[in-house]
Design a protein around this ligand. Structure first.
Ligand code: A2P
Length: 282
C-alpha cells in the first residue's frame, strides 16, 4: 500500500476502507476482517456510524499488529463542546478497544466546533490521538473556524470523485498543506460515473474496472480515498491500483468531468438542522 505524508510528517495509507452505513454486530466485523485480509491497513469509521466496536474487534481478531493499522474515527455533533468532546474521545477509544487513534476528525461543521477542537488538540498532546482533522468543511466554513485552531488539521474529508472535484477548496487546502480525503470516491455507486465513457475507455486500455481507474486517478491527484465495498472481490480490486499509471492527458480526460456540484452542501441550513438532531447516545 502506498503512503502519503501529512503536514505533521506522519504517514497515512493512500487508500482506506470506509465503513459508513455498514451495520454493527456482525456486518462491519466481517467487512473489516475481509478488508484487512485483502491488504487494507487503513480503516475509516466514526462514532456516528455506530460501528466502532466491530471495527475494534475485527482489528484485534485479525492478528495484525495494531501499529500496522491506521485507524480513523470521528467525533459526532452530540459530543461537541470542550467537556463533551473529551468524553466522546474516551468513548471512541473504549469502543475501538485501543489506547490511541491514528486520526480523529470533527465529523460535521456545526455547534461548538472550536470547543471540540480544543479537546482534540489536548488529546494529541496526551498521546491519545496522533493526528486531528476536519470533515465537510467548505471555504466559508474554513474562514469561520481556522483562526481558532492552534494545531493545523492534517486532512479535510469531503465528498470527492471525478464529478465532484472541489477545485476551489483544494487550492486553499493545498496552500495550508491540508490533504483532502475523499468520501463517496466512487460516487456511492453512481452508474453515470461508473459507466462514464472516458473512464471505461481507460479501464479497457489498462485492463482494470471503472472503480480502479477512478481510485487510481484520485491517488494521482494526491487525495486519500475511502472506498466502501461489502464485496470481497471489489474490496481487493479497489486497492489493486498501484501497477499502472495514468498519463497527464488521461488525468485531464477525467479532470474535465467535474460538475462542480457536490451532492451534499454542508452550508445548507436544512442539513445543519437535520444533522444536529441526530443522537447516537442518551
Ligand atoms: P458493493 O458493496 O456491492 O461493492 P462509495 O465508496 O463511493 O460510497 O461507493 C460504494 C458503492 O460502490 C457501494 O455500493 C459498492 O457496492 C460500490 N462499489 C465498490 N467498489 C466498486 C467498484 N470497484 N466498481 C463498482 N462499484 C463499486
Amino acid at each position: 500500500m502506498k503512503l502519503f505524508e501529512l503536514n505533521n510528517k506522519k504517514q497515512i495509507p493512500a487508500v482506506g476502507f470506509g465503513v459508513f452505513m455498514i451495520p454493527n454486530n456482525g456486518p462491519t466485523y466481517d467487512a473489516v476482517l475481509a478488508a484487512l485480509k485483502a491488504g487494507y491497513r487503513h480503516i475509516d469509521t466514526a462514532a456516528g456510524y455506530m460501528n466502532e466496536s466491530d471495527v475494534g474487534k475485527a482489528i484485534k481478531d485479525s492478528g495484525i499488529d495494531r501499529s500496522d493499522i491506521f485507524i480513523t474515527s470521528k467525533l459526532w455533533l452530540q459530543d461537541y463542546g470542550y467537556e463533551n468532546a473529551k468524553k466522546g474521545i474516551e468513548n471512541s477509544l473504549k469502543q475501538l478497544g485501543v489506547d490511541y487513534i491514528d486520526l480523529y476528525l470533527l465529523h460535521q461543521p456545526y455547534g461548538d466546533y472550536l470547543g471540540a477542537w480544543k479537546a482534540l488538540e489536548e488529546a494529541v498532546k496526551e498521546g491519545k490521538i496522533k493526528s486531528i482533522g476536519i470533515s465537510n468543511i467548505t471555504l466559508n466554513l474554513w474562514d469561520k473556524f481556522k483562526d481558532g485552531m492552534s494545531i493545523m488539521p492534517v486532512v479535510n474529508q469531503v465528498e470527492f470523485n471525478p464529478f465532484v472535484q472541489q477545485k476551489e477548496l483544494r487550492k486553499v487546502m493545498n496552500k495550508n498543506n491540508i490533504r483532502l480525503e475523499a468520501w463517496y470516491p466512487l460516487g456511492h455507486g453512481n452508474k453515470d460515473l461508473l459507466e462514464n465513457k472516458a473512464i471505461l475507455s481507460l479501464a479497457d486500455k489498462y485492463n482494470k474496472n471503472a472503480g480502479q481507474i477512478i481510485l487510481r486517478w484520485i491517488y494521482q491527484e494526491g487525495v486519500i480515498s475511502l472506498p466502501k465495498s461489502t464485496n470481497p472481490e471489489r474490496m481487493k480490486g479497489n486497492i489493486d491500483i498501484f501497477d499502472f499509471e495514468l498519463t497527464d492527458e488521461e488525468m485531464q480526460s477525467i479532470q474535465i468531468l467535474d460538475t462542480g456540484k457536490p451532492t451534499h452542501d454542508p452550508e445548507d441550513l436544512s442539513n445543519e438542522k437535520r444533522l444536529m438532531s441526530v443522537k447516537i447516545h442518551d
